[in-house]
Design a protein around this ligand. Structure first.
Ligand SMILES: [Zn+2]
Length: 259
């Protein structure tokens, strides 16, 4: 049994194929899905879909890359939104150093305020950190945030990983490790303890090596587990068991009612 700890199955591009894809996943042993929200506009659709699919878990938040149309008043609604069904975290939130992202000062404002909401609700967070690990760590420290969570799509060094692990986070390991040139990611993954990571696809993004340009789906978590198994020299069963245990530890509200 595998779980995709980060996928955007609520995106419109899955509308036509969502039911078939879910059936396919369940038949293939991909049995759980954590779907983090991106924008305020997406919250209600996600809430509706979570009611429909019992295997879904949700996180609500404002994604740093999509802040163009966001307002701080939406953060004020986040606490209430987190009372919806099967919410296990706040996310995805963080900082995104990218040319078309909004100003970093504003990103930090959104991030810090959302951290405070998570802290108040005692919920872990799903972190999006692009070219911003140090700044994200600083925000976590400034907020005295100690609920932990997942660093989504982690691709840093082992030293950077250590600093997040020390703060109670685990790392989200995804399609990046399928690329032969991703030497740093392979090295970091090989040095982690079994209780320090979870698996994720970031569907529909982050296609695996050989599938560039295609829509990624949670089915890829099977191939990701295989890559992890080879890199760490552990069986796929071991990886599946350990990453599931990690999810339940990091997201105490997950419940074991998936099956
Ligand atoms: Zn994402």
């Amino acid at each position: 049994m595998l779980i995709d700890s980060h996928c955007h199955l609520d995106f419109d591009l899955f509308d036509d194929q969502r039911d078939a894809l879910m059936a396919n996943c369940l038949n293939s042993g991909v049995l759980g899905f954590l779907v983090p929200a991106t924008t305020y506009a997406s919250w209600s659709k996600l809430e509706m879909l979570v009611k429909k699919y019992p295997q879904w878990r949700a996180a609500y938040g404002l994604h740093p890359y999509f802040l163009q149309e966001a307002s701080l008043s939406q953060v004020d609604l986040l606490g209430e939104q987190c009372e919806a069904d099967r919410v296990v975290a706040v996310g995805e939130i963080g900082l995104d150093y990218w040319p078309d992202s909004v100003d970093m000062t504003l990103q930090i404002e959104f991030f810090s305020r959302q951290l405070m909401v998570a802290k108040l609700l005692k919920l872990p967070v799903i972190l999006h950190a692009r070219k911003s690990y140090d700044l994200v760590l600083k925000c976590l420290r400034d907020a005295r945030f100690d609920e932990g969570g997942v660093v989504h799509a982690f691709n840093g060094s082992f030293e950077q990983a250590k600093r997040f692990l020390d703060m109670g986070f685990v790392l989200g390991i995804g399609g990046t490790i399928s690329y032969p040139r991703a030497k740093k990611a392979h090295k970091t993954l090989s040095l982690l303890n079994p209780n320090e990571f979870v698996l994720e696809t970031d569907s529909p993004d982050m296609p695996l090596s050989g599938f560039q340009g295609r829509i990624n789906t949670p089915l890829s978590v099977l191939a990701i587990a295989k890559h992890v198994s080879m890199i760490r020299n552990e069986s796929i069963e071991q990886i599946a068991t350990q990453t599931y245990a990690n999810l339940l530890r990091i997201f105490p509200k997950w419940y074991e009612d998936l099956l």
